[in-house]
Design a binder for this molecule. Structure first.
Ligand SMILES: [Zn+2]
Length: 1187
């Protein structure tokens, strides 16, 4: 079945629900102001953010008493108890308010002067000529101009014009697998074989500029923080004083609460919730036998199959491999550690082979390598494993091998060194393309890989940091596109952080008339618009409509037709820039108030007992001084508010005029309302002492709590109502520990059931258990209320449901299973710091416009859509991506190419309304070979993973896996049929750009969402499903194919990383240590034979057996090796959007199984195929399609 023929699953949670307050979408603003003198708008005003609006009000001034807006106030409810109160006597100020010790550059802010390049560098717009840039073949050096592209230099780009697509072949000539390369019919031969490269560059560049960019919290350049809030609070005794007036509530049925009020004699509550952290917190790997039988090996040649063999994918699995029931074990309830060991840990997956024809297995995973209980007859007949490929005395012993007589060694195996290697491709790209900047002046250029460190020069197309495409050359017709099955998609990260060497988008202020737009399609002025009639009108590059140039924007053209002010205007010469939005772009035609952050802390028993509440409060004291400032503001405009909750909610008045914070309790959670307006959201500096006092007192107030139940939906509702009342957008930071079982709206039940895995009902595990949260999310989006969720579960808490609001509001979700202060504190605090400080666009709407012929048809990511074109994001941060798929609605032309324009309207953290525009021009082709030469496999995998992860919401997982395999087989078969030169059917021929498609696809198929091992919890799967949906290409790349670095190869005198190695156990040496990272975890694997000196240097212990596998950080030791390894880890952490958890794995230790899960070229414990097997399988699929 074809993926593209499958009906698209809708946005995961909920379908368009039109009826709520929105902006007037397509046509806002853009009308010219008649009679405005030209000079007033003349040129781009450079670095000055020409924001002329009146300063937004600092705070709001509600009428005393009832909330003027927002949810109905139910003050007459008998059950509401509002208790303005004083919070106990002040405690001595703590001394721990210092900012975390980190330094570095701030997130790029401000609007630098627009002098990026001199006049004459660029021609008007993007040349429409068919200068076709291809990714150079790996054998060719990349020689771009060393200076920004000029017209004359365009020719130099052409010098490596048609890329010599070297097709890679797997042949089974003479009954043995050989791999070679043949030229395609469309290109001269220049291929490299897959053979072991002799030119592996050791230790090439560090990764600092890839993906999410550098991030360093607590920038030293932000200036010193204001005086600590915790400093110098005079002790007072206001607890006996008169309550400061709360006039609104006087006379209302408010119950007074005096805090702290808990008496002594505390006893732990009868815990129905698990409080016993397991030995191994977040990844509950059940220990498994570490020694397994080798699989039977096939001696059959790969390609010797009869072509008529039925497609095994469509045949039902044999009964003994039925997908149901391999995951015993009760749902996780109550006090419970990791799930019990599986009785049938394997899931056969696709590799149900009755004949074993492709079941050739490398024999060099002797101890663990292959058959696991429950995988019958993998491969055909037992056969001898192949000889070892390396003569490494430290390589893992292979007793079976040595026992075998040489003549029995198989002759028909595939040499793993001879199949396409991700490491090699990454290295080659880094060597070929990492040394020169990527200049965006040419249409349809394939950028360097995300793993390559390169600089970008914007010369009219947006940077690949903002947009990456699956292909940079689009088929001209939909028939061609369907034939190839290559999805056409763009992965867009509109607010991506740039490396410090690159310039953030310039801000353009056109004054009251706003941005210049096409009259018909409303596209924004961009480098592709064509000025005509002496500059009086322009023709839209998207819809061809001709629009008058407003008088204030008029400029003469030079003899080439280029506007004279071309270089003064970012919107004419750059791929990415921002416009200051006018009031027409604002909700209710009113400029927005600055956003607010509300911290909502679960203070139930588990949260208090684990030390979490105290940790959060301590951290906030210093962290609040680092709220995003959205540019060059002296201090953040963001106001803050605080709520704590268990079964009831506690609101805090932290108005600056108070000497002490006041608490109000709302116990009527069924009808949530915010009991105070004035004093709930405050400026941090103004209310510094009151906030500090509150954060000191919260842990004390609840220290003796016995409340174990929590509510959840009312918490979000309260935050939403508070933002509504304050008439602002904002973000809720919710710290939550358990399944919300207390009586309240949105109450949930434990419905975890692993028995559903591999049944038709498995999809329900990914679906929310109630629609309640979808509706709540809709309300949040309408208000611009983004919800970030920090989860600290000791058991199932239904991430699939709790995450709905977070997901649909563009928020982030973090999960710390079995949270323990000692081991998880650093990770949590780093995540929190980054999350609080990162730049966020609020109340955002994104639209992608395209030139005639294609249009955006499908969207993936964390957002909400109420119609088919507008992506609505309550919040969008610098790490989030939105993936857009395109389909043809007409023919495209090779001459004009195809254009994308992504426009994001948002409110900055300073409260400024802005439009960020990214433009990208792509080539179009009539030859399939051009398509296959200009694809990006990393982006393709990013798209396919998101597509599949959405598919599991509505389809059996097996169906989704089969569809993925089928689509990729069709992609490769189409290439073979149309682009490769005629050759034997026994050859597997892969396009150069896609030679990693099989290995990466296999990683997606084996991932926890699509093929979970028994140790993977339902919540983990839901969590990962959500994470991947918003990941950028760099993140999915390392998530699906982790980076594995040999630590003993580290050069302590060099900045470079050691060369990565392939993710396979046979690459590991027991005399070495390795670091593996996948964006969520960092493993350090220690072989049993590692030199004692190295162990001493890294772990500070004298022997292998003394290494503790519970350490969460490496000890700080003063030797070069320790320093170097820690600096590598710091560098890796800085590249990722989340702080990775460190896990120490000793060889042959019980946690080694966990580590092996990430050796993705090997067969997985959950039944995922090895790379070699999968490649053979793909080959068979392709042959069937071709026959
Ligand atoms: Zn237009």
């Amino acid at each position: 079945m074809s993926v593209n023929q499958q009906a698209h699953a809708g946005p995961p949670y909920g379908q368009p629900q039109p009826a709520y307050q929105r902006y007037q979408q397509p046509g806002y603003g853009g009308q010219q102001m008649p009679g405005v003198p030209h000079s007033q708008y003349g040129v781009y005003n450079g670095p000055v953010p020409g924001h002329q609006q009146p300063a937004p009000p600092q705070g709001y001034f509600p009428s005393l008493g009832l909330p003027s807006k927002g949810s109905p106030v139910s003050l007459n409810s008998d059950t509401s108890s509002l208790a303005p109160n004083f919070i106990g006597p002040l405690r001595t100020p703590p001394t721990s308010g210092a900012p975390p010790p980190t330094s570095g550059a701030p997130l790029p802010v401000g609007q630098p002067a627009y002098n990026q390049f001199g006049q004459g560098d660029v021609q008007n717009g993007i040349p429409a000529s068919a200068v076709q840039m291809q990714r150079p073949s790996v054998s060719q050096p990349f020689i771009p101009g060393s200076t920004p592209t000029s017209i004359s230099q365009l020719s130099s780009f052409q010098q490596y014009g048609p890329s010599p697509t070297s097709a890679q072949q797997l042949t089974n000539h003479m009954a043995r697998m050989t791999i070679g390369s043949v030229p395609t019919s469309a290109a001269p031969p220049a291929g490299l074989g897959y053979g072991p490269s002799t030119s592996v560059s050791p230790a090439s560049g560090s990764f600092t500029a890839t993906g999410s960019g550098l991030y360093t919290p607590y920038s030293s350049s932000q200036g010193p923080p204001p005086a600590s809030m915790t400093h110098g609070l005079p002790p007072t005794s206001l607890s006996q004083g008169v309550p400061l007036a709360q006039p609104a509530f006087s006379g209302l049925p408010l119950s007074m609460q005096r805090l702290p009020s808990q008496g002594p004699g505390y006893a732990p509550p009868p815990s129905s919730t698990g409080i016993g952290p397991s030995n191994y917190p977040s990844t509950t790997g059940a220990p498994r036998p570490s020694t397994m039988q080798s699989p039977p090996l096939s001696g059959q040649a790969l390609a010797g199959l009869p072509a008529s063999q039925p497609n095994h994918l469509s045949s039902p699995p044999p009964p003994q491999q039925a997908m149901s029931g391999p995951h015993p074990g009760p749902p996780m309830t109550g006090l419970q550690g990791p799930p019990p060991p599986p009785t049938h840990p394997s899931q056969p997956g696709y590799q149900i082979q009755q004949n074993g024809s492709f079941g050739q297995v490398r024999g060099s995973q002797p101890n663990y390598g292959g058959a696991y209980p429950g995988t019958p007859n993998y491969g055909s007949q037992p056969g001898p494993p192949p000889p070892p490929k390396r003569l490494d005395p430290d390589s893992i012993p292979s007793p079976q091998l040595s026992e075998l007589p040489p003549q029995q060694k198989p002759r028909h195996r595939i040499d793993p060194d001879a199949i396409p290697s991700p490491i090699q491709v990454i290295e080659d790209d880094r060597n070929n393309r990492g040394s020169e900047p990527f200049v965006t002046g040419v249409r349809g250029q394939v950028p360097p890989l995300v793993t390559t460190n390169f600089l970008v020069k914007d010369q009219g197309n947006t940077s690949p940091r903002y947009i990456r495409c699956t292909s940079y050359n689009i088929p001209c017709t939909s028939d061609m596109a369907k034939q190839s099955q290559v999805p056409l998609a763009a992965v867009i990260k509109p607010l991506a952080t740039l490396p410090t060497e690159e310039t953030p988008p310039y801000l353009v202020d056109h004054g009251e008339s706003g941005p210049i737009r096409c009259n018909r399609c409303k596209a924004y002025m961009c480098p592709f618009m064509q000025f005509i009639e002496g500059g009086r009108r322009f023709q839209c590059c998207f819809c061809s409509c001709v629009t008058e140039v407003p008088p204030h924007y008029f400029q003469h053209l030079d003899h080439t037709g280029k506007r004279v002010d071309f270089y003064d205007r970012p919107e004419l010469s750059l791929g990415s820039y921002e416009f200051l939005a006018t009031v027409d772009y604002c909700k209710n035609n009113k400029f927005p108030n600055p956003p607010a952050f509300i911290f909502m802390i679960d203070v139930s028993y588990n949260a208090v007992k684990s030390g979490l509440v105290r940790l959060i409060c301590e951290e906030l004291k210093s962290l609040l001084d680092y709220l995003p400032r959205g540019g060059n503001l002296e201090e953040s405009a963001i106001r803050v508010g605080f709520v704590t909750y268990n079964k009831v909610l506690h609101f805090y008045n932290v108005k600056s005029s108070l000497a002490q914070p006041q608490m109000m309790v709302v116990s009527d959670v069924a009808d949530m309302f915010v009991p105070l307006l004035d004093g709930f959201l405050v400026n941090v500096n103004e209310s510094r002492t009151v906030i500090a006092s509150l954060l000191d007192q919260i842990p004390e107030m609840f220290a003796d709590t016995r409340e174990t139940e929590t509510v959840f939906a009312p918490v979000i509702q309260a935050g939403l109502d508070a933002l509504k009342a304050a008439e602002c957008a904002g973000k809720l930071f919710i710290f939550h520990t358990s399944l919300p079982i207390a009586e309240a709206p949105g109450k949930l039940k434990n419905r975890d059931d692993k028995k559903l895995i591999n049944t038709d009902k498995e999809k329900t595990l990914f679906q929310p258990q109630t629609n309640f949260y979808n509706n709540l999310a809709k309300d949040c989006v309408a208000q611009g209320c983004c919800v970030d969720l920090f989860l600290f579960p000791n058991q199932y808490l239904d991430v699939a449901t709790l995450g709905v609001v977070t997901y649909q509001t563009g928020g982030s979700i973090y999960k710390y299973t079995y949270f323990q202060l000692e081991t998880d504190q650093e990770r949590f605090l780093n995540d929190l710091r980054r999350d609080v400080q990162k730049e966020v666009g609020f109340d955002a709407v994104m639209r992608v416009r395209t030139s005639t012929g294609i249009r955006a048809t499908d969207f993936f990511g964390a957002f909400y859509m109420s119609n088919t074109t507008d992506v609505e994001l309550a919040g969008l941060d610098c790490d989030k991506t939105i993936t857009v798929e395109f389909k043809h609605d007409d023919k495209l032309s090779e001459d004009s190419g195809a254009l994308l324009q992504c426009a994001l309207l948002y409110t900055s953290s300073a409260g400024q309304r802005r439009l960020r525009i990214h433009n990208l021009s792509l080539n179009c082709c009539t030859q399939l070979a051009d398509l296959y030469r200009n694809c990006e496999t990393d982006t393709l995998i990013n798209y396919l993973a998101k597509y599949a992860y959405r598919g599991v919401l509505n389809n059996p997982v097996k169906t989704v896996r089969d569809a993925l395999i089928n689509q990729c087989a069709q992609i490769l078969a189409c290439y073979r049929k149309n682009c490769a030169s005629p050759s034997s059917a026994g050859q597997l021929i892969l396009p150069e750009c896609m030679k990693l498609l099989p290995v990466y696809l296999n990683c997606v198929l084996k991932s926890d969402v699509l093929q979970p091992g028994p140790e993977v919890s339902t919540d983990d799967r839901a969590y990962i499903r959500q994470l991947v949906t918003s990941m950028d290409v760099a993140e999915t790349n390392v998530f699906f194919y982790p980076r594995l670095l040999p630590l003993t190869k580290v050069d302590v005198d060099s900045d470079a990383l050691p060369a990565a190695i392939r993710n396979s156990e046979e690459r590991l040496s027991k005399g070495d240590m390795y670091l593996l990272e996948n964006g969520l975890n960092i493993f350090v694997w220690v072989g049993v034979n590692v030199q004692q000196g190295l162990i001493q240097n890294l772990f500070g212990v004298s022997s292998f057996s003394q290494i503790s596998n519970t350490m969460s950080t490496l000890p700080i030791l003063e030797n070069p090796f320790s320093k170097k390894v820690r600096s590598i880890m710091d560098m890796l952490q800085a590249q990722r959007s989340r702080y990775m958890k460190l896990i120490i794995v000793k060889q042959e230790d019980k946690f080694e199984m966990l580590f092996k899960h990430f050796l993705v070229e090997d067969k997985s414990m959950s039944g995922g195929a090895s790379y070699v097997d999968f490649l053979c399988h793909m080959h068979k699929e392709i042959r069937q399609l071709l026959s």
